[in-house]
Design a binder for this molecule. Structure first.
Ligand code: FA5
Length: 335
């Protein structure tokens, strides 16, 4: 029995790998293993001897199972250590930069414009994109038979409302919401059912400015326009003012900007004229003041509406307005 035990334990001790140990286990404890055979043979012995040998064999089996268990753990530890010995981490390697998004150029310029006007004491308001005819047209002195109401220019909704065609739709809302005198801007998306080209989109952004006070003049309007342009472009820009007709202002003007995409030489953005139509403005028509619930003999005002999309184009020299709403990452990654 002692010899058997020392044989078995010697084999366990000599096993150099988990696989070799497994073989030792099979050789002794497997179905046809040495110890298994001895245990099976017990049944042929006389009862007294069976009892004696059975006890000794079971003790041997217990010792062997224990020895195999602890040798197995030891071998496994060594094997894991050996397999990771050649592996290492270089903590000085530069990391992988996570992909980060950025603000759309329209949003960036929108925020710049808001800051310029907040600094001058303007309220920044937000009005609905889905509007009713009253706010988009009637209240602005645009009667039902005016061409701007033509079904071809306006996207009508099935419920009889429409997608605002300009931010001027907020003028009467502002007059009814704010206590005069006040100055406010409202920025947002507007929609027109029109053919697109390098400078025209069906969906674009405008900034509306509105000031209501006593004794308002065109000089106030001009100086605010100049401040807007200086604040947004941060450099001197060339502009020209010409008379313009909008039913909701009197007098009305249109302001053009020297095309910054081509420097005035002529390109598809300015349609080879060297100038880009940039904003409409004027003194608020008395009918609009009245629609806003104010007395036009006491209150006057001026208003302007800028094409924000065109402003972004001029600022970054973008040669086609359709890039702005394209969602094209090759374009957006440049900002
Ligand atoms: C208006 O929308 C008036 N509501 C502006 C206004 C406000 C006048 C307050 C007086 C007082 P107009 O349709 O011209 O006007 O558009 C104003 C500006 O929006 C234009 O000067 C131009 O810069 C821009 N714009 C007009 N149509 C488009 C278009 N399809 N795509 C891109 N920008 C456009």
């Amino acid at each position: 029995m002692e010899e058997l035990k020392s044989d078995a334990l010697a084999e366990v001790a000599a096993a150099a790998s988990s696989a070799a140990l497994k073989e030792v286990e099979v050789r002794w404890l497997g179905k046809k293993g040495r110890l298994t055979a001895l245990l099976k043979g017990l049944k042929d012995l006389a009862p007294d001897e069976r009892k004696l040998r059975g006890k000794a064999l079971n003790l041997l089996k217990k010792d062997l199972v224990e020895a195999i268990g602890s040798k197995g753990a030891e071998l496994q530890r060594a094997e894991v250590e050996a397999s990771t010995e050649g592996e290492w981490v270089d903590v000085t390697l530069p990391g992988i930069e996570p992909a980060a998004g950025g603000l759309h150029p329209l949003t960036q310029v929108m925020e710049d414009v808001e800051e310029v006007f907040r600094g001058m004491g303007y309220h920044v308001m937000d009005y609905p994109e889905a509007e009713d005819e009253f706010h988009n047209f009637e209240s602005l002195n645009i009667p039902a038979d005016h061409p701007a109401r033509d079904i071809q220019d306006t996207f009508y909704l099935t419920d009889g409302n429409l997608l605002r065609t300009h931010t001027s739709s907020g003028q009467v809302r502002a007059m009814r919401n704010l206590e005069p005198p006040f100055r406010a801007i409202f920025i947002g998306r507007v929609y027109r059912f029109e053919a697109t080209d390098a400078s025209h989109e069906h969906t674009f952004h405008q900034i509306e400015g509105l000031m209501i006070d006593r004794n308002v003049s065109v000089a106030h309007l001009r100086s605010s326009m100049t401040q807007l342009l200086a604040g947004v472009f941060g450099r001197k820009v060339e502009v020209r003012l010409r008379p313009g007709y909008f039913p909701f202002v009197e007098p009305g003007f249109e302001l053009d900007l020297r095309c910054m995409v081509c420097g005035g030489k002529g390109c598809p953005v300015c349609k080879n004229s060297g100038w880009v139509e940039f904003l409409g403005c004027g003194l608020v028509h008395p009918n609009v003041i009245r629609a806003g619930g104010l007395d036009p003999s006491e209150w006057e005002g001026w208003a302007f509406g800028v094409g924000l999309s065109r402003l972004v184009m001029m600022k970054y020299e973008i040669d086609d307005i359709r890039w702005l709403m394209s969602g094209d990452l090759r374009f957006l990654r440049q900002f």
